[in-house]
Design a protein around this ligand. Structure first.
Ligand code: HSE
Length: 300
């Protein structure tokens, strides 16, 4: 009794939608292998690709926590599983690394037990993994990693997660500079108060982005990919932020901002060719100050 599950990286916030927007990419992502064992409980037998940095104890690991919370919820603490986690993306990258592990874990255990819950019902358990990883149980990475596509967290209490249609052709460039930003720190530096002026601007962009995606209307998407609240604060943690963003826009991107809590940056483009060119230009801008990076292009 064994199962292998892939869960994709995600771009959270998508410029204007802090904690409420996210979408899944096709790569990178994490893989978990779960195998039934006789003794009850969750044991993480190996983690590959984290350079030994993630906790091996199940109750301190995002995937372990997600599985344990799930088993308690469905009253199956008699179940025993061992997990091998293959991290295929960098930690502290803003690519939803902790979310992907939690999602892979909870999806795998649900399948292994004959699918007692729907995929949508798994979101709260994966969110518990996020709480351990960064101190806040946000759903804008786990939602899209589980459901795929573009997701809106309309409400956290009660949880209300909506999937949004996207244009038939829309491409995402993700560039991960080889530096780390801890999500906990990137949340800590945010201000608790927002001006009415900025709130109005942000609400306009949130509404515009959703309308642009659903219409679809690329120009409206482009005009709406603007964040006046979070980006101005967090961008100081990313060297060459303005230059990298400018390089993306100059090369035809619809818009460019921070992926999740950074330091990765994402750009959206109408076609694959533009998305590739945008990636090369963004990498070049980072390289101009000696920062190497990886670039990934995905269709959304
Ligand atoms: N919405 C979260 C944040 C995503 O920006 O802190 C973290 O990946």
């Amino acid at each position: 009794d064994s199962i292998r599950v892939f869960a994709p990286a995600t771009v959270a916030n998508v410029a204007c939608g802090f904690d409420i927007f996210g979408f899944a990419v096709t790569s990178p992502g994490d893989i978990i292998t779960l195998t039934r064992r006789d003794e009850p409980g969750v044991v993480i037998t190996d983690i590959i690709g984290d350079g030994g940095r993630l906790p091996r104890e199940a109750d301190r690991n995002t995937a372990g926590i997600a599985i344990q919370t799930y088993l308690r919820h469905i009253k199956r603490t008699d179940v025993g599983v061992e997990a091998v986690l293959q991290k295929q993306m960098p930690l502290g990258s803003g690519l939803g690394s902790s979310a992907a592990s939690a999602v892979a874990g909870v999806y795998a255990i649900n399948e292994l037990l004959g699918r007692p819950l729907t995929t949508r019902q798994l979101i709260p358990f994966a969110m518990e993994g996020e709480r351990i990883a960064c101190g806040s149980a946000h759903a804008d990475n786990v939602g899209p990693s589980l459901l795929g596509g573009f997701v809106v967290i309309r409400s956290y209490s009660p949880l209300d997660v909506i999937r949004i249609n996207t244009p038939a052709t829309l491409f995402c460039t993700l560039v991960h500079p080889d530096i780390e930003v801890n999500t906990k720190d990137a949340r800590f530096i945010l201000k608790n108060e927002v001006s009415l002026k900025n709130t109005i601007t942000q609400m306009g962009n949130v509404a515009g982005l959703i309308a642009g995606l659903m219409s679809p209307d690329y120009d409206l998407i482009s005009r709406s990919l603007v964040d006046v609240i979070i980006e101005p604060v967090r961008s100081i943690l990313i060297p060459e932020f303005n230059e990298v963003k400018q390089a993306a826009v100059d090369n035809g991107a619809l818009g460019c901002s921070i992926s999740g809590s950074g330091p990765s940056m994402f750009a959206l483009s109408r076609d694959a060719e533009t998305a590739e060119r945008v990636g090369a230009a963004m990498q070049q801008a980072f390289l101009s100050v000696g920062i190497t990076s990886e670039a990934y292009v995905s269709e959304i």
